[in-house]
Design a protein around this ligand. Structure first.
Ligand code: SF4
Length: 427
């Protein structure tokens, strides 16, 4: 049994409330279980329990075995001096605070089904451990859980943006560039794109915005991929031109390229290969030098698609998805699906943060309305949710379900999941 299950039972009052007594035979009545503490110190703060005739207010510590109190050195830790009750599965010994005050202990009793179902979820090898229980979840429960997940996802992105804002002295345009770069990584290469954008001072990016070739040289050179490609395809004249341009920029601005080994190709569709995505980012940065101002000026999906979609890559990249490898089929822009991903993962969070920073509630509302208009993403996680029977109508649904899968299902965080709660407590 995991300690987290015992905490969960206590937190949600799933214990058998009648006949509770301490190990010394005093009746226990739980008035308030307290607030779960996820940092250091006791597990629950500000609990209120009646032990015998006395009402106690303070903290509660939870362990599987009472002896864990000593194993974890709580007896010598001042943070645990205000514990009023030790809740355990097995009271294998009496425990004392500061070697003097005997701590009341309660062996917690609760329905066996909770632990059994939890074990089934945790040890399941299915894509979605609770898949057989999904029909138990009512539409309204799904709705409110998805809203909470969407809010959680947006909040995490806003926290990331706040961190970038602090690093850039609240330079929204630079943060927008960094988030767009991360977006062009489309999850597999997002960390590498993030590193790429952070490796170039914003003033240098600005100076190269008048020429798409110079911007390509800057970004591809900094990525480490340009010299790698030049080495592999020495006869490719365009790559050599970019390399000459990059060497000039490198000397002038004292640039240090990233290691090319940080980029990933495995299991990527050719349209997502890093070099073509870097070329598209370069085109977007040059095509519209006031891109950030423009997206904040008109909050409308059509307008954002038009703004992001009009940048065409240079003629070389129209026929290359990989540097040095010609292909006859011409491609000049990111597809609509890619634009939607950029909008949901980069434009929406930055514009929402900007509106928040400005205290512009009307603008925030508009951004949220726009998310409802966005179509759902189409990736393997969303396709699996659809197969499992989940309703996926728009980006609101897909973003919530991505959050659920990545932050709860994958790390087996079922005890914090509202669906997990339904599974563990039903029937
Ligand atoms: S986290 Fe929730 S949705 Fe995911 S497997 Fe566990 S109970 Fe199911």
């Amino acid at each position: 049994m995991k300690e987290s299950v015992l905490q969960y039972v206590w937190q949600h009052k799933l214990f058998v409330p009648h006949g509770m007594v301490t190990t010394t035979g005093h009746p226990v009545k739980v008035i308030d279980v307290g607030r779960l503490n996820t940092d250091g110190g006791p597990d629950f703060f500000n609990a209120k329990v009646q032990i015998g005739p006395t009402i106690w207010a303070g903290n509660v510590e939870i362990h599987i075995f009472a002896s864990d109190w000593y194993r974890h050195n709580h007896h010598a830790d001042e943070n645990y001096a205000s514990v009023i009750l030790h809740v355990v599965l097995k009271a294998d010994q009496e425990v004392y605070i500061n070697g003097r005050r005997r701590l009341p202990q309660l062996e917690l009793k609760f329905p066996e089904s909770i632990e059994k179902r939890f074990e089934e979820l945790i040890h399941s090898h299915k894509w979605l451990p609770c898949i057989e229980h999904l029909q138990q979840v009512k539409a309204l429960q799904w709705e409110s859980w998805k809203n909470a997940l969407l809010y959680e996802r947006l909040s995490q992105k806003i926290d990331d943006i706040r961190e970038l804002l602090l690093k850039t002295n609240f330079h929204f345009e630079e943060v927008f560039f960094r988030m767009m770069a991360r977006g062009f990584g489309f999850s597999v290469n997002s960390a590498a794109f993030e590193m790429l954008s952070a490796s170039i001072p914003w003033t240098v990016v600005q100076k190269c915005r008048s020429s798409v070739q110079q911007m390509e040289a800057l970004l591809l050179g900094q990525s480490g991929l340009l010299f790698k490609a030049c080495h592999k395809y020495p006869e490719d004249e365009y790559l050599e031109e970019l390399a000459v341009e990059y060497r000039f920029l490198q000397r002038k601005f004292d640039l240090v390229p990233m290691p090319a080994s940080l980029w990933r190709w495995l299991r990527l569709r050719p349209e997502n290969f890093p070099e073509i995505r870097i070329a598209q980012l370069a085109a977007m940065m040059v095509e519209n030098v006031s891109l950030f101002n423009d997206v904040t000026e008109t909050i409308a999906l059509d307008s954002w698609i038009e703004l992001l979609g009009k940048a065409e890559v240079s003629s070389y990249w129209k026929h290359h998805l990989v540097a040095g490898v010609y292909q006859s089929k011409e491609r000049s822009k990111p597809g609509e699906g890619s634009l939607m991903c950029l909008i949901i993962n980069a434009v929406v969070p930055v514009v929402f943060s900007y509106a928040d920073y400005q205290g512009n509630y009307g603008m925030k509302e508009k951004v949220l309305e726009l998310v409802e208009e966005l179509p759902a993403e189409n990736n393997v996680i969303i396709r699996n949710w659809k197969k499992a029977g989940a309703d996926v109508h728009s980006a609101v649904d897909s973003q919530a379900l991505l959050q659920l899968y990545r932050k709860y299902c994958e790390p087996k965080n079922c005890l914090r999941c509202r669906i997990g709660h339904i599974v563990l407590t039903s029937g």
